[in-house]
Structure formats: structure tokens, C-alpha cells
Design a protein around this ligand. Structure first.
Ligand code: ATP
Ligand code: MG
Length: 578
């Protein structure tokens, strides 16, 4: 299926396969649904990560594609772990990725009253009961994958007794753990999720939105399908680990529909897709918190973290994520995607949008001996080689310049075409220069290179062509450079599957994912930049010629003192190491 008119796919490339599209198209064609309603249901107990980006792009993307809508629902059924800080960050990240829920912003806690009503209805229909076993007995009777469970001694309580107990649970008469409400399904089901799952538990805890109104809270497996049903979700898309929960999902929406709360033909259906696993990363919240607590990183938004707040500081783009999700398609079998695929999507997009600039990351002074001290000429450089409409900028060319230290060799090795004593190179956008000597310090380290330029060799003039040189060096004016700090970020882990066992590991060896950290994930350097970069505003993105894509940091930049982060190198420097 190709969509040549799709603005996100202007080239009309064949799309990656996405079985969800077929399901939706069939449902629309058969009239099973009149319009598509999806939802993204994060739990506000942490920041969103790259895996969530897949889910967001899918849910919002499908709704957009079929002119439906996607709800943002904060799944805040657990009173003790959730915080407003996370709610705010989640909303900001979804918006940043380019999606809009319009008025469809919900909280599962908005439904506490209705979920409670449904529970009473389930009790009245004989589909739920209050169990008063302690946690240990309940576990013992649950059975195993190979062994059926046993009914609770409280399973056959009368409807009236169940109702009375459940109401008193709600009224706060019992301490935590005294009773739970369970669905009455089948303790012998081969699917453990159907062995009378717990629907409600007592929790005397304050909730970030409902305060102290409730002391019983619904479990995820209960609240989620019924919240979907309340909102009229048509396609409830989730990750594969919920496949075994689908029979419970269907059972619940079906039983609550039978009680008259929903139209049976309009209940939602759940579809599972493979979650995103990326090499060189960890995505579990527990591990991300561990990285923060052990001070490996500076926080959720440390640009090395796989969170969306961090990606933003790192300079990754929403379009890059959208391309990535589009390109990887949607499948039903778990697999790993190489980190370089994500980086390549970012590079692709940045290559299109990022203006070019010059920064010398390891400055070495170059003195042009045949220019006066106060020489100041403006050389023009194109902002983007393929996009003339982005115009040009001036770069001051002065007597003292900086070049990259690696661009000079006092004793050149074979094939080195950059600056060497007696050799000639072009200073890009300016003149051909011939090296006339160099100075070293007491340790023999080169501290200064000297050269003369040829006045008739200026780039863009007819004389320029008469000089044939192999090297083309970037430079900035030492007298007018913006000297600042640049953070060269690299992958946080040096191993593709952090913490995983490897061939040849001794049986007793237990790896910690933190043993696989990349010690070079952050290098800070003092660099010399062309002066215009001093005006960069937070989140302005650039390609620094030869070095990669960089962004002015959102958090640490100050007016006229931008600090830059490397987003990604120009080429995949990890490929050759494999
Ligand atoms: P984690 O396990 O990393 O803590 P989570 O699944 O608990 O994440 P939720 O807030 O419950 O986080 O997730 C919200 C939505 O994002 C869910 O629909 C979930 O299926 C989806 N999601 C989470 N991780 C991934 C992933 N790696 N790939 C795709 N979707 C994901
Ligand atoms: Mg979860």
C-alpha cells in the first residue's frame, strides 16, 4: 500500500507493513465501527521513553490517518506512585512529538464512580465476590501454570453479603488487605489471568487527584478495559505482554455491557503489537530510576537517557521519531532494532533542516603571516549546500585563525593531505594557504602553525581554480570566535544488550546492566565556533561541518551564551566496531 500524496511520505515509498491498518480498514469497510477511536494510556509514574514514542506515534498516527481521534488517558489508578510532575511531562512530550488530543484528555481516576457502579453491577449479576483470604492463602490457592487453582472458601458468599461487604470496604470500615473484590470466572482456567482476578483492593492512601475520597482502588486489568469502553475506544492497542489479558478484557466489557452500561456491539477490542526494544539502551522504568539514583546520569532529562525529555535536549527531532516508527512498521513478534536505525532517522531529518556552521572542536592556532594584525574580511558560506533558499552568512577571516589540531602534521604520514610544512591546502570559503612553519612548546607539542595565503586564490573568484590542492580545511577566526563548551554525547551503553548474559559467561556470573555502561558516553570539550553561533537560541540545530549535528541546549543555554550538545555524528561510528 503506498500513499504518494501523504505529506509525511512525499517520495511515495512503499510503507512498512502495519497489520493494524488492515484491521481498521476492514472494520471501517464492514461498518463495524463508524470512526476510529484510539488512546494512549500512560501511567504517570515516570517520564516517557522511546518505547512510548512508538505507542504514541501508532495510536495518534492511526487516528490521524483515518480521521478519527486519539485520547490521552493518564492511567492513574495506583494512588501511591503517581505525581503531577509526571503528568505535566507526559503531556509536554506527547505535544512535542507533534500530536494533539484536542479536548480528549482524561484520567482513569475520573471514572472511579462509574467503575464502582460497574463493580456493584457485577456483584449483583453474580460475577464478582468479596474474598477475605489473606494474601498468602490466596496465592497458595492460585495454582500454577500446570496445576489448576482452588476456589476460595469465600467464593460462594451471597450477593447481598458481597454487596454489603463491598460497600463497607468503600466506606473505609476495613484496613488495607482485609478484603478484595474478585471476578468470579474460573479457578481452573489454563489462563492464570482468568483465575478469579482481583478487581479492587483496599488502599488507605491519598490520591493525587481524588485526595481522600477513596480507600478502595481498581486494578489496572479492571480499570483499563472499562475506561476504554467508557470512552468509546474502538481499537485498544497495547504491547504483546497483554495478549494473555485479552480474554479478561473481553470478559469484563462483555459482562458490564450485559448489565446495560454499554451497547454490546460497540465495545472496544484489544490488539497487541511488538514493543520496541532498542540495542544499546534500557527502557524499563526501574532501570532508568536506577541510573538516576546511582548518579550515572544527571536525571530524567540527561541527554543520554532514552526518555523523550532527554531526546529533546539531545537534539533529536519529533519528525525523526515519526520516521523511525513508520520505517520499522508494526509486527506481532518481538525483536530488537539496532540503535543505529534510530540515529539514521535523526540524521536524515537533521540533514534536511539543519543549517551548516563551522566549529573547531580541538583548536590549534594558525597565523597568516602575510596579513596585517587587524585584517578583517568577510567570507561567505552557504547555510545549506542543497537548499540555496536558506541563504548565506558571513564568516570573519582574520590573521589569526583556529584549525583542527588533527588537520596539521609536522611529519605527515602517507596519504595525509591536510596541513603540513611546505604544503598547500584550501581554507574553505577563503584562500589557499601554504604552511611556512610551526612552533612547539617545551614538550614538543605543536602550539602554533604559520602560513601565508595567496591573494588571488579566494574562493569564488576566477583565480581560485588555478590552485590545485587536495585538502580543504575548516577554520574559524581566533580573534572573533565564540569560545564555548560542547558536550559530545555518545551511546550510554557499550554493549548492545546491557546486562544480558553473553556466550562464555560462567554459570554463576550475574551481570548488572550498569557494568555495560560506555565510559565515553560524555566528553566535554572547549571549542571555537564561528561568531554567529553566539546568537543561537535554545533548541536551534546545526550541522557543524565534518563533526555532526548539534543543538543549543534547552536547559543550560543562556542568552548569548548557548551551550551545545552533539546530537549525533555525521556517520555511524559504531558500525565499524562490530
Ligand atoms: P515500562 O514497563 O517501561 O515502565 P510501562 O509499560 O509500564 O513502561 P505505561 O505508562 O504503562 O508504561 O505505558 C503506556 C503505554 O506505552 C502502554 O500502552 C504500553 O503498552 C506502551 N509502551 C510501553 N513501553 C513500550 C515499548 N517499549 N514499546 C512500545 N510501546 C510501549
Ligand atoms: Mg505499565
Amino acid at each position: 500500500m503506498t500513499h504518494p500524496n501523504d505529506p509525511k511520505n512525499p517520495a511515495g515509498k512503499p510503507e512498512a507493513s502495519n497489520f493494524l491498518r488492515h484491521i481498521i480498514e476492514d472494520d471501517l469497510a464492514a461498518g463495524r465501527v463508524s470512526s476510529v477511536v484510539t488512546r494512549f494510556p500512560p501511567e504517570p509514574n515516570g517520564y516517557l521513553h522511546f518505547g512510548h514514542a512508538k505507542s504514541i506515534c501508532l495510536n495518534f498516527g492511526l487516528a490521524q490517518r483515518y480521521q478519527g481521534r486519539c485520547h490521552l488517558r493518564l492511567d492513574d489508578t495506583n494512588p501511591t506512585k503517581e505525581e503531577q510532575e509526571f503528568v505535566d511531562a507526559i503531556e509536554a512530550s506527547v505535544r512535542w512529538l507533534g500530536f494533539d488530543w484536542n479536548t480528549h484528555h482524561y484520567f482513569a481516576s475520573d471514572y472511579f464512580d462509574r467503575l464502582y457502579q460497574f463493580a456493584e453491577a457485577l456483584i449483583q449479576a453474580g460475577h464478582a465476590y468479596v474474598d477475605s483470604q489473606n494474601a498468602e492463602d490466596m496465592r497458595a490457592r492460585r495454582g500454577t501454570l500446570t496445576q489448576a487453582g482452588q476456589n476460595s472458601p469465600f467464593r460462594d458468599r451471597s450477593i447481598d453479603e458481597n454487596l454489603d461487604l463491598f460497600r463497607r470496604m468503600k466506606a473505609g470500615e476495613f484496613p488495607d488487605g482485609a478484603h478484595v473484590l474478585r471476578a468470579k470466572i474460573n479457578m481452573a482456567s489454563p489462563n492464570m489471568n482468568l483465575r478469579d482476578p482481583v478487581l479492587y483492593r483496599i488502599r488507605h492512601a491519598e490520591h493525587h487527584r481524588t485526595g481522600k475520597s477513596w480507600c478502595i482502588y481498581p486494578l489496572y486489568d479492571y480499570a483499563h478495559p472499562l475506561s476504554d469502553a467508557i470512552e468509546g475506544i474502538t481499537h485498544s492497542i497495547c504491547t504483546l505482554e497483554f495478549e494473555d489479558h485479552r480474554p479478561l478484557y473481553d470478559w469484563l466489557v462483555d459482562k458490564v455491557a450485559q448489565a446495560g452500561f454499554f451497547k454490546p456491539e460497540a465495545v472496544p477490542h484489544q490488539y497487541e503489537f511488538a514493543r520496541l526494544n532498542l540495542t544499546y539502551l534500557v527502557l524499563s522504568k526501574r532501570k532508568l530510576v536506577d541510573l538516576i539514583d546511582s548518579q550515572v546520569v544527571d536525571g530524567w532529562d540527561d541527554p543520554r537517557m532514552p526518555t523523550l525529555v532527554a531526546a529533546r535536549r539531545r537534539g533529536y527531532t519529533p519528525e525523526g521519531f515519526q520516521r523511525f516508527v513508520e520505517q520499522m512498521g508494526v509486527s506481532k513478534s518481538d525483536g530488537w532494532i539496532d540503535y543505529s536505525v534510530l540515529e539514521e532517522c535523526m540524521r536524515d531529518h537533521l540533514n534536511e533542516i539543519a543549517p551548516r556552521r563551522v566549529a573547531v572542536l580541538d583548536p590549534l592556532e594558525l597565523v597568516i603571516e602575510n596579513l596585517p594584525d587587524d585584517y578583517d574580511e568577510t567570507c561567505e558560506a552557504a547555510n545549506h549546500p542543497q537548499r540555496p533558499e536558506l541563504g548565506k552568512r558571513g564568516m570573519p577571516f582574520t590573521k589569526r585563525l583556529f584549525i583542527e589540531r588533527e588537520d596539521f602534521m609536522a611529519e605527515p604520514t602517507k596519504g595525509f593531505f591536510r596541513m603540513t610544512p611546505g604544503g598547500r591546502v584550501r581554507l574553505k570559503y577563503a584562500y589557499v594557504a601554504e604552511c611556512t612553519g610551526f612552533e612547539t612548546d617545551a614538550n614538543g607539542q605543536v602550539v602554533r602553525v604559520k602560513a601565508k595565503i595567496f591573494e588571488d586564490s579566494r574562493s569564488g573568484t576566477p583565480g581560485a581554480d588555478t590552485y590545485k590542492v587536495k585538502g580543504n580545511l575548516h577554520w574559524v577566526s581566533a580573534q572573533q570566535a565564540y569560545m564555548t563548551q560542547v558536550r559530545l554525547y555518545d551511546r550510554l551503553f557499550a554493549h548492545p544488550t546491557p546486562g544480558a548474559r553473553r556466550e562464555g559467561d560462567a554459570p554463576e556470573l550475574e551481570r548488572d546492566f550498569k557494568d555495560d555502561l560506555n565510559p565515553h558516553s560524555l566528553t566535554t570539550v572547549q571549542v571555537a565556533m564561528e561568531p554567529s553561533l553566539q546568537q543561537a537560541r535554545p533548541e536551534d540545530r546545526f550541522q557543524f561541518e565534518r563533526h555532526g549535528y548539534f543543538v543549543a541546549d534547552l536547559k543550560d543555554s543562556r542568552p548569548d551564551v548557548p551551550v551545545f550538545n552533539r546530537t549525533v555524528t555525521l556517520k555511524d561510528s559504531w558500525a565499524k566496531q562490530k
